[in-house]
Design a protein around this ligand. Structure first.
Ligand SMILES: *[C@@H]1O[C@H](CO)[C@@H](O)[C@H](O)[C@H]1NC(C)=O
Length: 431
């Protein structure tokens, strides 16, 4: 279910540095390798995933614009801008918050390149101030194919939003991502940072002036990554721009959106289609106003004390992307802890959720890590034999371990009774 799950995992790992049974540095390293395995386009010479090569080099916009690059969705090969952007915002937030942990794990360089790979792609997709490509590839067409991205041959249409077909959610989230990335690169690459910030400002203006839901413009996205609201993304984008610029105008706008879209209600979850908890916690960090501090606390207290759990203690928010949801709430509540809200309680909660995934439940859910990790993640590229052997639907059906080790992938997860079936055919259980 999208890369957002790994990202939360990565970001969460960054902070939990207390003594543990698990080597978080190693998991962080593996998590970043998962992103590397998901790269589309021309791979750099320092590519570390030996079974991956260049792919989708003909990805183009409706007027021939170069749209190569970015990340594939999950086990398939569509490039979804909306989930890619929300993943990137969280990845950047984690890097900004826990850079020391990345450095002590020797992963700062890889963290930066993981983030930049996405940002480079968003900049390509933003072809003019009020025009943004939000998807390359057609899901139904893509799903007739099982194989390697290097062997893709079907047509890959590109879909965009513009003033006639707006998408405040997509443009807002991409603005938030690029504002966060601008902060990440402020010292390491000031020129790149300004460029990201310029795009972020333009995208926010576009999102704000031309209101609409992106899946009405990009219809294919509705089936998989629907967005039911754009108030959270507008607020999120304005808050990130405030953090990146210190311009109080953006804070005014964020607070205005927050009121207008009634974001003070306590959400049930934190994921790409519901960013309210992240908005509340970011505003709490930025302003320290009781209103936001209380909202952040209400969300995390609810999550820690009352959210549904499996018998072994995993918060159980949704049957799709179960572990992704758990890692996401662990991450935002660590951010709340950093703002001084119930720090001991929330850090302990986050550590237990992550440790569940790494082995506390009796097995690991991270490919290539720990005891009895998943051997058959629902992931086409890693299910293929080594090139040049052919690969097709046979590889999907073969009852065997994926021949390629998809290091760092976190699978969708167990059911509400901690039961997990390690089978590629589990269509819902996308890594
Ligand atoms: C943890 O993992 C890192 C990175 O793989 C490795 O360098 C380090 O030696 C490991 N630490 C322990 C205590 O095993």
């Amino acid at each position: 279910m999208g890369d957002s799950l790994m990202l939360a995992m990565v970001t969460t790992l960054g902070v939990v540095v207390a003594a543990s049974d698990y080597n978080y540095s190693h998991v962080l390293e593996l998590s970043l390798l998962f992103y590397e395995a998901q790269r589309s386009g021309k791979l750099p010479t320092d590519n570390r995933v030996s079974w991956r090569g260049d792919s989708a080099l003909d990805d183009r916009g409706q007027n021939g614009e170069d749209l190569t690059g970015g990340y594939y969705d999950a086990g398939d090969f569509v490039k979804f801008g909306f989930t890619m952007a929300s993943t990137t915002t969280l990845l950047a937030w984690g890097y900004l918050s826990y850079r020391d942990a990345y450095e002590s794990a020797g992963q700062a360089k890889y963290g930066l390149s993981t983030i930049k790979w996405a940002a480079d792609y968003f900049i390509k997709c933003h072809v003019s101030p009020n025009e943004l490509y939000g998807q390359v590839g057609d899901f139904n067409l893509d799903h007739t194919f099982w194989g390697r991205p290097e062997d893709l041959s079907m047509s890959r249409p590109a879909y965009k939003i513009d003033t006639q077909h707006p998408g405040s959610d997509l443009a807002g989230e991409t603005a938030a991502a690029l504002a966060a990335v601008a902060l990440v690169f402020r010292d390491v690459n000031p020129g790149y940072s300004s460029k990201c910030l310029e795009h972020a400002k333009q995208l926010y203006r576009f999102a704000s002036q031309y209101r609409g839901l992106y899946h009405e413009a990009i219809k294919g996205a509705a089936q998989y990554y629907e967005s039911t609201d754009y108030g959270d993304e507008l607020t999120w984008a304005a808050a990130w721009l405030y953090k990146a610029t210190d311009d109080p105008l953006f804070l005014d706008e964020a607070e205005h959106h927050y009121m207008k879209f009634r974001l003070k209600e306590r959400p049930n979850e934190f994921f790409y289609n519901k960013k309210v908890a992240g908005v509340q916690i970011l505003l709490a960090q930025l302003t320290r106003q009781p209103e936001y501090m209380e909202a952040a606390q209400a969300f995390c207290d609810f999550t820690v004390d009352y959210q549904k759990r499996t018998p072994k203690g995993l918060v159980y928010i949704d049957k799709f992307g179960t572990l992704c949801h758990a890692a996401n709430v662990a991450f935002v509540c660590l951010q709340a802890a950093d703002a001084g809200i119930s720090p001991t309680k929330y850090r302990e909660f986050a550590r237990r959720q992550i440790d569940y995934m790494l082995g506390d439940s009796g097995r690991s859910y991270v490919v290539g890590f720990g005891y009895n990790y998943p051997k058959e993640p629902h992931h086409a590229a890693s299910s293929c034999p080594t090139r040049p052997a052919p690969c097709g639907w046979d590889a999907f059906k073969w009852p065997r371990e994926n021949p390629q080790l998809l290091k760092g992938a976190l699978v969708s997860g167990p059911d509400e009774n901690d039961y997990y079936k390690d089978k590629r055919e589990e269509m819902d259980k996308v890594s």
